[in-house]
Design a protein around this ligand. Structure first.
Ligand code: FAD
Length: 461
């Protein structure tokens, strides 16, 4: 079998790359190891419930008429109708640090500015200069790692406020301990604080189904349950991929979305350096059966918290670090139809190696997962009030779950701390897209797929 263009990985970056190419030629094949697309951002069923794996909120909110907004540019590139894509904006989100240090923000950037003017007035002048510096910065020029923490602190001169502002941006897209690359920071600042967050109508399944239907309509081919086990190369050119059933598929162009080290392993390239430290997360989903009188938040969408003034974004020594985290309420988006159950999702930093040790004994692994869900719920209750007695369903993903479903090394959602922004991993026709190319999150990974096809593949056909 031969296809002109093959993509490894049916996550959002792979889907976007496939659709972008299919607009020009149907000679394209998307390969996904699982029986379903979506990767980190997929879904599963328990009983009659559909549960999403990785959707708190989509960043880069923009109304349909904002022509130059990244979200709308992405839709144009994929030839998807933006007008029929219904979005529910977040209500309001908060950053909680000790001693009542709370910052509110929404999709109206003025709210965050007002909060800083009111609560951290001595840093307000610096904050406006920081916003100007962010506007002037081009994050798409390939550059070496630069500390965003130092950059922000130099404007704000306030460590607490710096950590508070960085907390959501690190949780939603830093693969580096206790910092974030400046370019990544600029992208995240714009996409979270200045543009904002939303949910699409329906569930992630509806979104993925619509992408697949569009891709197939353009003539593209997809093969599920097709794990690539080898990339066959000849003098730095990828000739074919080999699947786990032994089938070989030849190609002229190849994009891999499964991670840089993961891809190089498939080419048989010896590892030149030890793998860099990666960050793992644990996520719990709680569905609670609450009545209308419930005091649980109805107008808050996401809470980011740290129980110490200094935000510690690093791999914990133990299984989980409960001192910081994210609490998301997927039901609390403006205009989203009422859901049957009140959903709470909690996220904390976790240690892949420690979880792997527990996994040696299946029983103790499942006990630890249960304990982690209990402990996370207790921590969450400090911020939102009690809900555990109303929980009718709960589930927890450890870094091992992430590894199992996406094959990411150490189950690291944001991949390697080293990003390869031009997608070039040393081959003439094999390029990287997705998490390790450096654009993170749902919209980021889709933009990555599109931009790598635009840059490396379309000019050659
Ligand atoms: C719990 C959680 C919450 C999240 N919340 C948000 C959020 O609220 N907002 C947001 O914007 N982002 C969120 N994200 C992040 C977002 O989901 C990811 O950044 C994005 O989906 C990454 O897409 P990707 O295509 O780069 O990678 P992936 O989704 O990892 O896709 C890679 C695909 O490649 C497949 N694959 C791997 N190896 C092979 C192989 N050898 N052969 C064939 N296929 C292979 C995998 O199965 C996978 O489907 C969250 C993620 C998680 C896990």
């Amino acid at each position: 079998m031969k296809f002109s263009f093959v993509i490894i990985g049916g996550g959002l970056s792979g889907l976007a790359a496939a659709i972008r190419y299919a607009r020009y030629s149907p000679d394209v094949l998307l390969l996904e190891q699982h029986h379903r697309v979506g990767g980190l951002n997929s879904y599963y069923h328990r009983g009659n419930k559909l549960l999403e794996t990785g959707l708190h909120a989509v960043t880069n909110y923009a109304p349909a008429n904002a022509k130059h907004a990244p979200l709308n540019r992405l839709f144009r590139q994929l030839k998807i109708s933006r007008k029929s894509f219904i979005t529910y904006p977040q209500c309001c989100s908060e950053i909680h640090f000790p001693k009542n240090n709370v910052l509110r923000f929404s999709n109206d950037f003025r709210i965050l500015k007002e909060e800083i003017a009111k609560k951290y007035s001595t840093s307000y002048n610096g904050f406006t200069k920081l916003v100007d510096a962010i506007a002037a910065y081009d994050p798409f020029q390939p550059q070496k790692f630069r500390s965003a923490k130092k950059f922000v602190l130099s404007y704000l001169d306030n460590e607490l406020l710096t950590d508070m502002l960085l907390c959501p941006l690190m949780y939603y897209g830093s693969s580096t301990e206790n910092d974030i690359d400046l370019s990544q920071f600029v992208i995240m600042f714009r996409s979270i604080y200045q543009e904002g967050m939303f949910r699409p109508d329906g569930t992630i399944k509806d979104f993925l189904d619509s992408l697949i239907a569009h891709y197939k309509q353009l003539g593209g081919t997809i093969k599920l349950k097709s794990k690539v086990v080898r990339i066959l190369t000849e003098q730095k050119t990828a000739r074919a991929v080999e699947l786990d059933d032994g089938e070989q598929i030849e190609c002229d162009h190849l994009i891999s979305t499964i991670g840089a080290d993961e891809t190089l392993q498939l080419t048989g390239t010896p590892q030149s350096q030890p793998l860099k430290k990666r960050l793992g997360f644990i996520e719990s989903i709680f569905l609670a059966d609450v009545d209308k009188e419930s005091k649980l938040p109805k107008k808050k969408t996401i809470l980011f918290f740290s129980s110490s003034n200094t935000f510690n974004y690093s791999r914990p020594k133990d299984l989980v670090d409960y001192n910081s985290g994210v609490i998301c309420f997927p039901g609390n988006f403006e205009g989203r139809p009422e859901q049957k159950y009140y959903e709470i999702r909690s996220t904390h930093l976790a240690n892949y190696g420690q979880w792997a040790k527990k996994r040696r004994d299946e029983h103790s692994y499942s006990i630890e997962k249960d304990l982690a869900a209990n402990q996370s719920a207790r921590v969450v209750e400090n911020y939102i009030g009690t809900f555990q007695e109303r929980v009718i369903f709960r589930d927890t993903f450890t870094p091992l779950t992430i590894k199992r479903y996406t094959s990411k090394i150490d189950g690291a959602i944001y991949g390697s701390p080293v990003k390869i922004k031009d997608g070039n991993i040393g081959f003439t026709n094999l390029f990287l897209a997705g998490t390790d190319q450096g654009f993170l999150g749902i919209i980021g990974s889709m933009l990555s797929g599109v931009s790598m096809v635009n840059q490396h593949i379309l000019p050659k056909i």
